[in-house]
Design a protein around this ligand. Sequence first.
Ligand code: FUL
Length: 472
Amino acid sequence: MVDIITKAANTAPSKRQYEWQKMEFYGFAHFGMNTFTEREWGDGSESPALFNPSDFDADQWISAVKAAGMTGLILTAKHHDGFCLWPSAYTEHSVKSSPWRNGEGDVVREVSDACRKGGIKFGIYLSPWDRHEPSYGSGEEYNTFYKNQLRELMTNYGELFCLWFDGACGEGKNGKKQEYDWEGYYALIRELQPNAVINICGPDVRWCGNEAGKCRKSEWSVVPSSMVDNEKTAEKSQHEDDAAFAKKVDSTDEDLGSRAVIEKAKDCVWYPCEVDTSIRPGWFYHKNQDRKVKSLKKLIRIYESSVGGNASLLLNIPPDKRGLIADADVKRLREFGEYLRNTYSENLAKGAAAHSDECEGVSTSGDMALTESGEEFWKPADGTEKAELTVDFGEKVQFSRMVLGEHILTGQRVEKFGIYAEKKGKWIRIFSGTVIGYKKICKFKKTKASKIKIVFEQSRVCPTLSKLEVYR
Ligand code: FUL
């Protein structure tokens, strides 16, 4: 029998998870009834008459998304208050009962069209918790209603990259209790949108465990299988008194995938991390938060620790009452995109020669082809848990960061590594890291050297590398 660590080392993403991982950074648009009532959670009693954006323009959203360098956008088609941004056939509580576009409007249509036109992937948030729908709490009747809504959204608006299931439910002890038919929802998604990932209360992408934009120091994409059920709140509350459940690894725990955790697990899965946070304090737009848009510095820190820490970044950019992304946010997104383009465009390692004595990989000479595509990768023989890779620039160059990526189609394996620069014939350690995963941004003091070396100090089975970039 293969031991669990070897199994973890050979656990790899599905095609849909891999495609999603490559998206790296995408947006969230919280827009709906709360935008007009200035609330974060509506109670479902709001009149559809309140929904009336004055200058709605989805193309404006998409130009902000693109300026920031995002690759996709997820729209709250329905938040907890139950108001639907598309004219659902299953409820009157939607845009069709609003004055906006004389009840003929469809926000989901306009946003999905704008995404497609702009080359941006489109995803849907459909809150399972629905405070308006009378059948909520009934069990099967609500599940049928919810599946009907999912079907509408999955058949009428083209390809979706993601279905985002929020675990939030504020019903409390004496509130309504709805048993969600998760398996039924998932089956429908696999049938109608087989390429879409299911996030949070779903099997494909896991919640980072907070909404502050924080990531773990060592973010593992391979975690105990039991984690997949962590955000399904209905089940969770049912098991509140269950000691075994209480001992289970929680999404907020600091260590989700180290050897110590994996060794105790019955089984493991590829369940990568997504960091979700808002550019403002709230998820919905509030005028009095116009001066509280996150600083450029803060956004950079969040990006470099999430995208650069083996997670994806889902950044919320809530449109205002006009139906536009507010000026302060647009400005910040543009600055942020500029920073990313300036910082990560000129890869100094392109064309440099990389060599390793332990190499099996693409070339028997031990050289790694430093391609942009990441299709080719470096890999020593199985069982080589420690290895070194040297990069020779051929001349002295100055740099302050390195971007590394494992060949995750093989699995996530690196547990500990160091980066060294050659100075006057001596190797000086300039960075110490733990996991790498899909992408690791390593930042260090400005260094001048003609050779650098990555030392893999601990890995599962053997390390791999498909991305090696060096930036000023
Ligand atoms: C939470 C919700 O309650 C918030 O309103 C927001 O949608 C956030 C992304 O998830 O659970």
